[in-house]
Design a protein around this ligand. Structure first.
Ligand code: UDP
Length: 464
């Protein structure tokens, strides 16, 4: 019988892609394993994973996908998208068990790797004596915060959103309570209760795999390994195997031809992850700010969010730029800027030598994609753990300038202009550019044959 590693990402393309990259990494360096991936594709999710899964299966025969049976759920009564997904994951435990048993007929399962949200599956695997590892698709700073969260929970009975104070956690810069990881803000929400349950279970895994590298987050990794984040029990081994970045993207996209024509390091790239959206007023403020800055830009624009709750799982329509952007904006800026509708091939864009800076929502994949190629950032967080990441990027890593918002979250055009100029023209911009260049070198060293991320991967595999 061969040996296999089973990966179980939570629903959503981002989670799936990260896990597939982890599987590819394992296979590349340890080809004696096979990889089985459990996928949970909810019926209410209109995104298409089928084409992606098909492509990976065709290119990597050692990767096999197992689609867990869909459990029909009506998302409308749930308080949040996360709550729906967590319930689906819980209810899928029996299907996970069946699939693990079926895989074990033909292979020895050496480990099950789950992401944080799939924590309920840990009990299934433990019953089958399969060691469970957790894959943190955010950085070590976020991991530390989540590991320490049950301790913070015990020490207070006020919601972070109502505290108006700084939160001190081992290895981390002080975090304004309102910038804590999104789902932890409100003690009375179901997301808070779910996260608490997951975070309590986190240290009970056989190991934690993190998509980061040692020299990016040394202080917090030391605190985690010293056991400071889990004061009342042991901390499992932490394996930093990154930066793991999904290569690819449409290399023939028009925006890359446009970038070819721009001077080196001259273009500011603005993109806000797979879900980032702005109101039409905010889009107009960004447009004005970019125009006033006078700098070149490549900007990914999406249709503003719908107010209807039932639309939250639907793919939004293409944006109507003439309607959304200020009158004459596209014409006036046609020599300096390019607006791309909905989606740009971000990895090739960030690798392009004409990119000089990145206004980002601070999603961890975006951060690593920029760090890996030495692009300095302006941090404009929108959802999930992004406000937390912003504090870390600005205060600790010195890789980003902050985009400051007004009360209510609005960012005026003058702030957009100021930060773009600061990034591209000022001493502060120069300073973060230098740190970014240094981290690019560090990332390459970490991923080299004898680098820390390769050594961590070998140790992880040895533990199987
Ligand atoms: N992405 C992209 N083009 C876009 C927007 C996003 O290629 O127009 C990719 C980006 O390169 C990254 C992922 O989508 O790999 C977004 O992941 P991240 O963790 O940054 O944010 P999330 O979407 O999970 O909030």
């Amino acid at each position: 019988m061969g040996t296999t590693i089973v990966l179980y990402p939570s629903p959503g393309m981002g989670h799936l892609i990260s896990m597939v990259e982890l599987g590819k990494l394992i296979l590349k360096h340890h080809p004696s394993f096979s990889i089985n991936i459990l996928t949970l594709i909810p019926s209410f999710n209109t995104g298409t994973t089928a084409a992606y899964v098909h492509r990976i299966s065709a290119t990597f025969p050692a990767i096999t996908f197992h689609h867990l049976p869909d459990i029909p759920l009506d998302p409308s009564p749930y308080p949040s998208m996360e709550a729906t997904i967590f319930d689906l994951i819980r209810r899928s435990n029996q299907n996970v068990e069946h699939t693990l048993l079926s895989i074990s007929q033909s292979s020895n399962i050496n480990a099950l790797i789950i992401d944080l949200f799939c924590m309920p599956a840990k009990f299934v695997a433990s019953n089958l004596n399969i060691p469970v590892y957790v894959f943190s698709t955010s950085g070590a700073c976020c991991l530390a915060q989540l590991l320490y969260f049950p301790t913070l929970h015990k020490n207070t009975n006020i919601s972070f959103k109502d505290m108006n104070t700084l939160i001190h956690s081992p290895g981390l810069p002080p975090i304004p309570s309102s910038d804590m990881v999104g789902p932890l803000l409100d003690r009375n929400s179901s997301d808070y209760t779910d996260f608490l349950e997951f975070c309590i279970q986190y240290p009970n895994s056989a190991g934690i795999i993190v998509n980061t590298f040692e020299s990016l987050e040394p202080k917090v990794l030391k605190a985690i390994r010293n056991g400071e984040c889990v004061p009342d029990g042991p901390t499992p081994p932490v394996y930093c195997i990154g930066p793991l970045v999904a290569e690819g993207g449409d290399g023939s996209h028009d925006c890359l031809n446009w970038l070819d024509l721009q001077p080196k390091g001259s273009v500011v790239y603005l993109c806000f992850g797979s879900l980032g959206v702005f109101s039409s007023d905010q889009l107009k403020e960004i447009a004005k700010g970019l125009e006033m800055s006078g700098h070149r830009f490549l900007w990914v624009v999406r249709t503003p969010p719908s107010n209807k709750k039932e639309d939250r799982f639907l793919k939004p329509p293409e944006p109507d730029l003439d309607l959304l952007l200020p009158d004459g904006f596209l014409d006036r800026t046609k020599d300096k800027g390019l607006v791309v509708k909905t989606w740009a091939p971000q990895v090739p864009v960030l690798c392009h030598e004409s990119i000089g800076g990145f206004v980002t929502h601070c999603g961890w994949n975006s951060v690593l994609e920029a760090v890996r190629v030495g692009v300095p950032m302006v941090a404009w967080p929108l959802y999930a753990e992004q406000r937390f990441n912003k504090v870390v990027l600005v205060e600790d890593m010195k890789l980003a300038l902050p985009m400051d918002e007004l009360e209510g979250g609005r960012v005026p055009s003058t702030e957009v202009e100021r930060r773009v100029r600061q990034l591209m023209e000022s001493e502060e911009g120069k300073a973060i550019r230098e740190v970014a260049a240094m981290m690019k070198k560090e990332a390459a060293i970490a991923m080299s044959d004898t680098g820390s991320s390769r050594v961590a991967l070998s140790k992880l595999v040895a533990s199987w």
